[in-house]
Structures are given as C-alpha cells and as structure tokens.
Design a protein around this ligand. Structure first.
Ligand SMILES: *[C@@H]1O[C@H](CO)[C@@H](O)[C@H](O)[C@H]1NC(C)=O
Ligand SMILES: *[C@@H]1O[C@H](CO)[C@@H](O)[C@H](O)[C@H]1NC(C)=O
Ligand SMILES: *[C@@H]1O[C@H](CO)[C@@H](O)[C@H](O)[C@H]1NC(C)=O
Ligand SMILES: *[C@@H]1O[C@H](CO)[C@@H](O)[C@H](O)[C@H]1NC(C)=O
Ligand SMILES: *[C@@H]1O[C@H](CO)[C@@H](O)[C@H](O)[C@H]1NC(C)=O
Ligand SMILES: *[C@@H]1O[C@H](CO)[C@@H](O)[C@H](O)[C@H]1NC(C)=O
Ligand SMILES: *[C@@H]1O[C@H](CO)[C@@H](O)[C@H](O)[C@H]1NC(C)=O
Ligand SMILES: *[C@@H]1O[C@H](CO)[C@@H](O)[C@H](O)[C@H]1NC(C)=O
Length: 244
C-alpha cells in the first residue's frame, strides 16, 4: 500500500513539476493595458512598487532600454532611443511619462526593479490609437413599397465600409449587431426620424446622422451621400425620365 502511495506521489510530482518551472519562469507582475489617443501624454504607473529600490530600469521591448535610474548616486540615464526628449521619469513612484505618443509607441513596456540584490519585473501594455475619423452614411437603397419603405444604409470611412452601432430615434436599433449596413423596412407609424451610425475605438468615437421627414422621405438638410450602386440604378432612370 505504502509503495503504491509513493508511486502516486512521484507521479503527481512529475505532473506538477513542470508547473513549478512555469511559475518561476513567468515571474513578475502584469498591469492592466493602457489606452491612449495619438498625440497625447501618457503616464505608465505601476502599483505596489517596493520602497527604496536600488535601481529602476524601464524597457520599451525586452531588449531595448529606455532609461535607468540608480539610487546610490541618484543617476538617471536615458538611453539613445526614439523616446529621447519625449520621456521623463519620477523615481519617487517609478512613473514613466511619455509625451506626444504615436501609434508605433504601442508595446508591452517592462519595468525592472532591483532591491536588496533581487530583481523584480512588471509589464504594462500600452496601445495607442488615432482618433476614429468621421463616418459617412451612404444610401444603398431607398425603395417605397406600397406604404412601407425598404432602406439599406451603409456606414463608410474613406469609402471603406466599417462596422458601427446603429441608432434610431428610439435608441439602439433592433439590429444591435456591429454591422456596416443597416437594412430595415419601416411603415409610416414606425419610421425613425433619423439614423445614426456610431464608430468607436477604445479611445474615441465619431458618428454621422441622416434625417427623414417620413418613412421614405429624406430631410432636405441631410447632407446625403449615395453609393455608386445606387447611382447606377438611378441615373439611367433620370435620363429616361428626361426623354419622356
Ligand atoms: C503634453 O505635455 C506637454 C509638456 O508638459 C504639454 O506642453 C502639452 O500640452 C501636453 N499635451 C497634451 C495633449 O496634454
Ligand atoms: C551604483 O551602483 C551600481 C550598481 O548598482 C554600480 O555599478 C555603481 O558603481 C554604483 N555607483 C556608485 C557611485 O557607487
Ligand atoms: C552613477 O553611477 C553610474 C553607474 O556606475 C555612472 O554611470 C554615473 O556616471 C554615476 N553618476 C554620477 C553623477 O556619479
Ligand atoms: C513612429 O512614428 C513617428 C511619427 O509618425 C515617425 O516619425 C517615426 O519614424 C516612427 N517610428 C518608427 C520606428 O516607425
Ligand atoms: C402592394 O399593395 C398591393 C395592393 O394592396 C398588393 O397587391 C401588393 O402585394 C403589395 N406589394 C407588396 C410588396 O406588399
Ligand atoms: C464587421 O464584423 C463582422 C462580424 O463580426 C466581421 O466579420 C467583419 O470583418 C467586420 N468588418 C470590419 C470592416 O471590421
Ligand atoms: C415596422 O412595422 C412593420 C409592420 O408592422 C414591421 O414589419 C417592421 O419590421 C417594423 N420596422 C421596424 C424598424 O421596427
Ligand atoms: C455623435 O457625435 C456628437 C458630437 O460629435 C455627440 O454629441 C453625440 O452624442 C454623438 N452621438 C452618438 C450616438 O454617438
């Protein structure tokens, strides 16, 4: 019985051992991701840092140091990186300030702290986004069928379809999925006076709205764009009408 138990124990240890190695190799602490809009100033702050460390080293990537601070002679050294003249450091709280961030500053930053001869590591991911450009709602289809109106609206940025959240005058539209096209059929009693397409990224949002005066009638003030497909259908019709 005893030897059987021992075998189990050994087997269990063999199973658990790789975990022990994993634990020690992924030592260090990770902070929550920081989102920033390009052009802004960012501070990368680590919580629960030890007091009075001997050395701070901030890294942009695993093998690119940004700066190093040593407590014994209070030296702060900025390495020759693209951050030169764009970063400052506060050794009181270990915060790294980056000015005028660009999308290509996105990375998982690393802070190594030496204290009592032991080094500890923190990682903090930074993701920089440009502000979302203004989308434009384009009309792909607007068709009166008896009393109802069949609408297909497209949300585009620089003529590229983008997924967005669609709103009507009673709030979020039933098709609450992120879609680049909104296809709905409305009646005089349930049409929306406007349709808004909202695009978002973690740091900004933007939107466009078109207005209707009835189920199938655009408001005059709506600066409306039509899709090429729509024009292909419409222009021959108009030309045809002119000939009559
Ligand atoms: C970023 O910091 C610099 C220097 O303190 C300041 O001049 C600038 O206005 C700040 N920019 C923003 C977007 O806050
Ligand atoms: C400060 O400490 C570093 C090691 O952490 C050592 O290389 C350096 O010589 C020390 N400087 C002074 C002035 O003691
Ligand atoms: C502090 O120590 C560092 C590392 O030895 C050295 O490079 C730096 O010149 C020293 N700074 C001062 C002000 O003594
Ligand atoms: C990062 O973006 C800036 C601003 O556009 C540019 O000047 C710099 O060359 C870029 N750096 C890299 C490594 O792509
Ligand atoms: C439109 O109305 C007519 C007459 O009421 C009906 O016959 C026809 O099916 C309707 N069309 C559609 C698409 O509902
Ligand atoms: C929009 O969302 C759909 C479904 O989630 C996805 O397959 C598609 O790639 C997205 N399109 C864009 C332009 O983001
Ligand atoms: C409006 O009402 C019609 C008929 O009841 C229905 O088929 C349609 O789905 C409704 N549209 C919206 C956007 O609720
Ligand atoms: C659309 O943008 C305007 C400002 O540009 C903002 O006031 C409004 O709340 C936005 N609407 C939506 C639904 O995002």
């Amino acid at each position: 019985m005893c030897s059987k138990g021992l075998k189990w124990c050994l087997a269990l240890q063999l199973l658990l051992l790789p975990h022990c190695f994993l634990e020690t190799s992924i030592q260090g602490h990770s902070e929550k991701m920081v989102f920033a809009v390009s052009g802004s100033n960012v501070s990368l702050k680590i919580s629960d840092l030890p007091d009075n460390p001997q050395r701070f080293t901030w890294f942009y990537t695993r093998n690119q140091k940004i700066l190093e601070w040593e407590s014994n002679n209070s030296s702060l050294y900025y390495f020759k990186t693209k951050f030169k003249n764009r970063v400052t450091f506060d050794h009181q709280d270990g915060v790294l300030y980056i000015y005028n961030v660009h999308k290509n500053d996105s990375s998982t930053y690393i802070l190594k702290v030496l204290k009592d001869g032991l080094e500890d590591t923190w990682t903090i991911p930074l993701k920089v986004f440009d502000p979302v450009p203004k989308p434009v709602i384009k009309i792909k289809k607007i068709q009166k069928v008896n009393n109802s109106c069949h609408l297909i609206l497209l949300c585009v940025i620089l003529d590229q379809p983008v997924n967005c959240t669609w709103y009507g005058d009673s709030g979020l539209l039933p098709e609450n999925l992120q879609r680049n096209a909104l296809e709905i059929t409305v009646m005089p009693e349930n049409y929306s006076k406007f349709y808004t397409c909202q695009v978002r990224n973690p740091v900004s949002d933007n939107n466009d709205t078109i207005s209707f005066t009835s189920a199938c009638q655009l408001a005059q003030s709506s600066g409306v764009a039509w899709t090429a497909e729509f024009l292909v259908v419409m222009i021959p019709t108009i030309v045809g009408l002119l000939w009559i």
